[in-house]
Design a protein around this ligand. Sequence first.
Ligand SMILES: Cc1ncc(C[n+]2csc(CCOP(=O)(O)OP(=O)(O)O)c2C)c(N)n1
Length: 442
Amino acid sequence: MQNLRQSFRRAAIGRSGTPSPFKAYLFMAKQQSNQSRLHVPEPPFRPGDTPDYSHIAVPTDHTPPRPDPLCDDYETAEHALKLIRVMRFNGETAGDWVPGLEPEVKRKMLRDMMLTRAMDDRMFAMQRQGKMSFYMKSRGEEAVSVGHAEALRDTDMVFPTYRQQAILISRGASMLEMMNQCLSNSGDPLQGKNIPVLYSFRKHGFFSISGNLGTQLIQAVGWAMAEAYKNEDGIASTFTGEGATAEGDFHYALNFASTYRAPCIINVVNNQWAISSFQGIAMGEGESFAARGTGYGLATLRVDGNDALAVYAATKWAAERARQGGGATVIEHFTYRAEGHSTSDDPSKYRPKDEAEVWPFGDPVERLKTHLVHIGEWDDERHAAYEKEAKLFVRETYKKAEALGTVETGPQVDDFTMFEQVYADPPELLLEQREMFRKELG
Ligand SMILES: Cc1ncc(C[n+]2csc(CCOP(=O)(O)OP(=O)(O)O)c2C)c(N)n1
């Protein structure tokens, strides 16, 4: 099976370094001429296999060129099949997309990624100690959120998934409030109405995260359409994992975004895995996820998601296009989910343990650090010092949150708060239920 998978992989390399379904079909047809021709995508590696990503081409020529942000959508069709990169692995930058950023902005991006990672590590450990019911880390994908947030205005509205906590960090949200939400304690701004990590921060333009995958995509397009209708210049930016692009909502969103030229950015974070199903199950054996936008007449970019500067540059381009009336852009962020899907997941059951280490695009924190060191704006001592500072800040903030209660110890919010904060005008039925509840409790 291992050999069959590896030869399948070699036979099925598409133009963009991702497998091509047509070649895959021919390969399977040849191998299994006497069997069913139904093709069920299989990941290249399973537990026990030695992962080898040499089939993924790492572009070194630092193309494609940066077109005018108001170009025709078809001029970006090729961009959906390539990979925008800015930083080389040795820290140099190259190509048309190098953003002219001040070193302090780059240092902020690095610090935001490190702080997010420190918070994720602490919260994961606290979940394991029973202090909260659930947690989701974003390790390996921090550059997607941080690079993106830095390129937007703070007033632009984000419709995220559960893996963009670094956007809140970048926008200066209170870590204490974030932790209170995860602990569902007496300081939880959502009063226990959402599961941990499904934040909602109106003051930071961060729309309530829904546990139902895909809903945020159409909401974002609707918000953007309303913004354009009112002649405001805000844009919406929404995120989905590559797995959830298989949902109808993704396609409705692209359809409406294209028809009404909605000022928005539709980000697909291709981290290779949904929970235990790999990206091929969401049609990832096609040329690219970004290319879905081509069929809908949208601009499309595909970017190295572990390169914070490339994410920044691609977002700036798409934001400029949206703000100037050019409509929506689909951006695929090509990255890797370095840890489990959530605290409820055990990835060693379905993929090799060391896959993250051999991921050919490296680690996003290390990549930006290498660049800053290369240009003389950072060094190992400062890195170690900030790592320590971030851990200390997270630990101190967690202590403050814990003092307001945990799932394990309480106190939790008053039960009656479940009837509040959802409706501006609560429907009659809800008011009746509240009365019944009050009587029952005496
Ligand atoms: C409509 C819906 N279907 C299924 C689920 C269960 N579920 C939660 S997360 C997840 C995987 C999503 O993978 P992907 O979209 O690739 O995002 P990632 O977690 O990798 O960031 C699934 C299947 C859900 N929450 N909602």
